[in-house]
Write a protein that binds this ligand. Structure first.
Ligand code: FES
Length: 88
């Protein structure tokens, strides 16, 4: 199974979250904060901190740590409040 992340294809195991798949692929951050543009990735891993937000199939503000990765999904980094299009 694979999903796309920017221009890269990411391998994913059945039942794996998007966040876990991104970490397994070597990513540590994929979002920037609204004010300072600071990098963020998985912090709490349980859906509380919202640091891990990604854009899933055009829908911003999806928590990567809680969202199951599905084959064919198009995942993009999230900039600030939810624009897609950051470099990976
Ligand atoms: S890592 Fe905290 S909500 Fe996802």
């Amino acid at each position: 199974m694979r999903f796309s992340f920017g221009d890269r294809e990411i391998e994913v195991e059945p039942g794996q979250s998007i966040g876990a798949a991104l970490i397994a692929a070597g990513y540590r951050s994929w979002r920037t904060t609204r004010g300072e543009g600071a990098p963020r990735g998985v912090f709490c891993g349980i859906g509380v901190c919202f640091d891990c937000l990604v854009v899933v199939n055009g829908r911003p503000n999806q928590r990567a740590c809680l969202t199951d990765a599905r084959p064919g999904d198009r995942i993009e980094p999230q900039e600030g409040a939810g624009r897609a299009g950051l470099a990976c």
